[in-house]
Structures are given as C-alpha cells and as structure tokens.
Design a protein around this ligand. Structure first.
Ligand SMILES: [Zn+2]
Length: 468
C-alpha cells in the first residue's frame, strides 16, 4: 500500500487525527443553499417512493460507489483484487452480497494512505469509537457533508411528525460543533459541550429556546432529573442517540418532561442509519445507507425477524467509502409492511449498540456516560493525542478512584504514552473532581469484558449496587 501515499499538505494533521480547526465560510453557505434548492424537496419525497424503486436506486448508487472505491481507494482495490472481483462483475444484488465484508481493523491499518480516495482529501476528517471504544479515523467528502446537513433538516420534519420547520433551532449537546451552524440561515443549529454543568445547559435552553435538542440519553435523563421543567421553554422534540435507550425509558422520560423523545441510530461511518418515526418504528435512511443483517460468525444473510449483526454501506461518502462495513451492533429487519407515517423506508428493530455506565462523583452528582465518551473524543480533537486504532476503557473502581486502560498501536512512542497518560488523567480529573485518583495503564487487552463485548465506560460501583 506504500506506493499510494496520501500526499497532501494536511498529511501530518491527518496522521494525528481530526481537529477543531476548520471554520465555516460564506462560500460554504452558498454551496449549502444550492444543495438545499437542488435536492431537499426530492429528499423529502424519496421516503414515499415504492420500495422497489428505492431498491433500484440503491443498486445503481452502490455500483457507482463500488467502481469509485475500486478505482481510487487502495484499500478496496487490494481487497477486491484479492477476491478476484472486478467492478464490472457487479450487476445484481446477489453480486453485491458476494463482496467481502470490511472491518474496522482494516480501516485503522489503512489510514490515511489506503483509505482516502485519491480524488478527495481530509478536509472533513472525523472519527468513530463505536460500542467497543476503539477509535477509527475517516474522511468525508464535501457533498456528503452537505447531504448530512439536509438529512438533519429532514430528520426534524420526520421525527416531529411535520411540526418543525426551517426556522426552528436545534441545540446539540454533544462532543464538538457540526461543520456548519445552519443551511445558509435555514435550520439553525446551536452547540453546547457535554462538559458544561447541567445548570448552564438548562440556562441555555431557557434563554435560547431551541425547538429541538439532540443529546445522549444518559445526559438527558440527568438533566431532566435536575430540571423537571426542562420542557416548558419552547422545546418540541428531543432526539437521543449513540447509547442504547429502550422505548419504555424514552416514553417515561417524555411523559415526565412533556416533550416527545425519538431515537436516532447513527455512526460516523454510516451517518444516520435509522430514525424512529412518531409511530415508534425505526426506518432505515435508505438514501444514506443500505443495511444488511448478517449472522456474525458465518456472514450468512438473515431474513426479516432474525437478529444479527448490522452491516452497512454508506451511499453518500466517497472520500472514505464504507462498503459492507461491519458496524458491530445487533438488530433485525422488520417484514415489509406499511407504517402509518407513510414512509417506505425499511423497518428495523431497535438497534442494540453501546451500553455504558454513568459515574457518580464524591459529592453524589452523576456524570453521564455520554460526558465521558465525549471526553475521549476530545483526547484528539482538543488535546491532539493520535488515537487511531487505540481502544480505551474508563473504569470507576470507587467513588474517588478511576482507572483508564489503553490498548495502543505499535507506533505509539514512549513520549506519546507519557503525554497521553498525563493529558487523559488531567482531563478526567477536571470532570470527576480534583480529589479523584486517575490511574492510566497501557495494556495488551481491555481487562473488563463480558464475552466478546466490552464497555468503554464501566462503573464497578453500579455493579456493586445491583448486587446489593
Ligand atoms: Zn413510520
């Protein structure tokens, strides 16, 4: 793969990882407006096309992406050549289902030389850690980022049952701001880091009056517990994501807050994969990704109703293509049947993805799992620790005692280890309280696991409480 060096001015930054440097420009917004004018209406109508028509469109798009990946992305060219596959071989869905699966390990090893298309760059670089707490870097192309802007706008329409429009503000309480603060003034977005105290988040909601907030469920439930009148300041929809929450939990919390709560199933690799509609059904975002459910050991395709691993193909991103990517979560497809919301997008059961634990501080306040996951993302975004391929586990052993386990790649130097240790411990003490002892250890494998599953954020306190 070494002859395909990613030879761009931003290579050094790409090797360290995503940063927070890029600022939006007026040109961005002119482009976003053009994309909105050209595509948004068709995007909103696409959901209502007959399913066979959607499938035909998907297959055409997949053929384009596979050809593109084979021609311009070394990882795919090598992988597909080794399997004896040529792009012309892909004519039908059956041909597609014979393509080899793509794993996170392959992507980690290929970054950046092997996994960025020669037609694209790392201007829009991002990363994922997924349910295992293992980081992978990827690049997204500009058109795909613009598509995601429009997808977020459509999401507000769909998940609110048509009650939200282009003037309504969405407040994201999350890791870092999105690339753009609106679509040229439409669908404005505001951002708040999960590190602000609940009081500041509540104050922002009270004064900025967002119509929508998008947050981790663990964060939301703590915020609502602290401020039960959260829903009385103009909120009309709450979107939760990234962590598992059951429909019963969402319903109970929605009744308490007085605002509808809908789930979003998304990852950085496959963007928004499925959204819960007002009738409680998860619909696959079929113009963003194609999802399959496979038997995890054999890769056999499973029929509707059978639980298996989610394997997805990103239908929009051409910078780092994701084709038959093992997302790792579990779900099953629903039999095709009409949903009262009118969408033809295929249904799936609630995905079982990451389930992490919240921590408790010495003063009794809860630190939601989402805050700790966000902090781990900021190890690179803010603190510039190269984390591609790194796996982590943050464990609360006792009320004032935390251990961080890191599995790092072979090219992680002693200097990087020392810096990482110091930075991570400082960041966690800032969140958990200066009296907390944080001990970082580099290990060969994540120690606390349940079968093949690991939690990135684990509390041994809650385990003790459950046993008691
Ligand atoms: Zn529906």
């Amino acid at each position: 793969m070494h002859e395909h060096r990613y030879d761009r001015p931003d290579r050094a930054e790409a090797l360290i990882g995503p940063n927070l440097v890029r600022q939006e420009t007026p040109l961005d917004h002119r482009k976003l407006r053009r994309a909105y004018d050209a595509r948004f209406r068709a995007m909103t109508e696409f959901r209502f096309l007959p399913l066979p028509q959607i499938r035909d469109w998907q297959l055409r798009r997949i053929r384009e992406i596979v050809s593109h990946a084979h021609a311009t992305v070394p990882l795919y060219r090598e992988k597909y050549s080794a399997a004896g596959f040529e792009p012309g071989d892909l004519q039908s869905w059956d041909d597609f289902y014979r393509l080899p699966l793509l794993t996170k390990d392959e992507l980690i090893a290929a970054w950046p030389d092997g996994s960025i298309s020669s037609e694209h760059d790392a201007e829009f670089m991002t990363m994922s850690s997924g349910s295992s707490g293992r980081f992978v870097y990827l690049a997204v192309d500009e058109d795909a980022v613009h598509f995601e802007n429009l997808q977020m706008a459509r999401q507000n329409h769909v998940q609110s049952g048509g009650r939200l429009g282009p003037e309504d503000l969405t407040l994201f309480i999350i890791t870092c701001p999105w690339w753009f603060t609106s679509t040229d003034g439409l669908y404005p977005q505001d951002f708040l880091t999960t590190r602000v105290p609940f009081a500041a988040a509540y104050e922002a909601i009270r004064t900025r009056r967002p119509a929508v907030i998008s947050a981790y469920p663990s964060y939301l439930s703590q915020l609502a517990a602290a401020y039960p009148d959260l829903g009385r300041h103009g909120l009309r929809l709450i979107i939760v994501h990234s962590e598992g929450s059951s429909s019963a939990e969402r319903r109970a919390l929605a009744e308490c807050i007085g605002v509808d709560i809908r789930d979003e199933y998304s990852s950085e690799e496959l963007i928004r994969m499925a959204l819960e509609c007002p009738h409680g059904r998860y619909h696959v975002e079929a113009d963003a990704c194609h999802l399959e459910i496979l038997e995890p050991r054999t890769g056999r395709r499973l029929a509707a109703g059978e639980m298996g691993e989610v394997v997805g193909t990103n239908l929009v991103n051409r910078a780092t293509p994701f084709i038959r990517y093992r997302q790792g979560d579990l779900s099953s497809l629903l039999p095709a049947c009409a949903c009262p919301c009118g969408s033809s997008f295929p249904g799936m059961t609630a995905p079982r993805g990451r389930i992490d634990d919240s921590f408790v501080r010495a003063d009794g306040t809860v630190v939601p799992a989402g805050v700790l996951i966000d902090d781990a993302y900021n190890w690179v975004l803010e603190s510039r620790i190269p984390v591609n391929g790194m796996q982590y586990q943050i464990v609360q052993r006792d009320i004032d005692q935390v251990e961080v386990f890191l599995v790092v790649r072979g090219d992680f130097t002693d200097g990087m280890r020392a810096a990482a240790r110091q930075t991570i411990e400082r960041r966690l003490r800032d969140i958990l309280g200066q009296e907390t002892t944080v001990d970082t250890r580099l290990v060969d494998a994540i120690p606390h696991r349940n079968g093949a599953k690991t939690k990135a954020v684990l509390s041994l306190l809650s385990r003790a409480r459950e046993v008691a």
